[in-house]
Design a protein around this ligand. Sequence first.
Ligand code: GRG
Length: 303
Amino acid sequence: TEPLNLPLPTFEFEEYMLMKGKQVNKALEEAVPLRNPIKIHEAMRYSLLAGGKRIRPVLCIASCELVGGEESLAMPIACALEMIHTMSLIHDDLPCMDDDDLRRGKPTNHKAFGEDTAILAGDALLSLAFEHVAAKTMNVSADRVVRAIAELGSAVGSEGLVAGQIVDLTSEGKDVSLSDLEYIHVHKTAKLLEAAVVCGAIMGGGDVSEIEKVRKYARCIGLLFQVVDDILDVTKSSKELGKTAGKDLVSDKATYPKLMGLENAKKFAGELVGQSLQELAYFDAQKAAPLYHLAGYIASRQN
Ligand code: GRG
């Protein structure tokens, strides 16, 4: 996608992402030490520490800091979000789902450890995520911790990620309408991004209106994330193939460019960025700078 001209306040975004990413990686490394039984912890660490953009934990911390909380208040739930995201990738790559061989530049978990261990590594990461929030969150009231755990649980379960995945699986080979596609993306992708931002604001001490503003912001960037993903799929593969139409314009998979055309998909992405930034206008511009830039980053990312 073309870089968007956004009215962003001065802010060293790359430095911010690097610094927050480092903090998150350190916390993840400590959250899952290599202990007995070695095999399962090796498999969990293999995927969790394999890189990845760490968008969900950084969104969570940025939202916590936006409402005046310190990073440490949100770090356990930021790690939990990455554990859940990673487990969903491990399960998504399994032969019974997408059957992928590569993830984050390495062989997928089941390729490296076998299907049985990969399923268990995903299960263990999911369980650890909730344990980690409950056991490691400090200096946040029990009421807020419970609210955040409920938010996270609902984003992941049968009305969240799992709902998106089941509808995606059952729509394979069928005609998918724009609203079906939106349902799949809202559940598979946007729900966890929304939980990241909302949980950060809850842990950071945000009030009801602050939490609702960041929720609306998150809904826009959640959908934006997927629209951009679909655009990248087309533009990347058309570059690779040296053609004007990429694989998703010709394959069975429903995507935004396929259903609304590439130009309209780009326009839609631009509208979503605009809407997300409007929600942030409620906050002090300097404090909201990380979330402003995160929206821009999601819109103009190249992978
Ligand atoms: C969650 C209980 C539970 C089960 C899993 C398999 C499944 C149910 C859901 C699939 C969810 C899925 C794979 C959604 C796609 C999410 C997505 C946009 C992935 C790419 O995220 P990035 O770009 O990846 O942030 P990195 O590697 O940078 O973290």
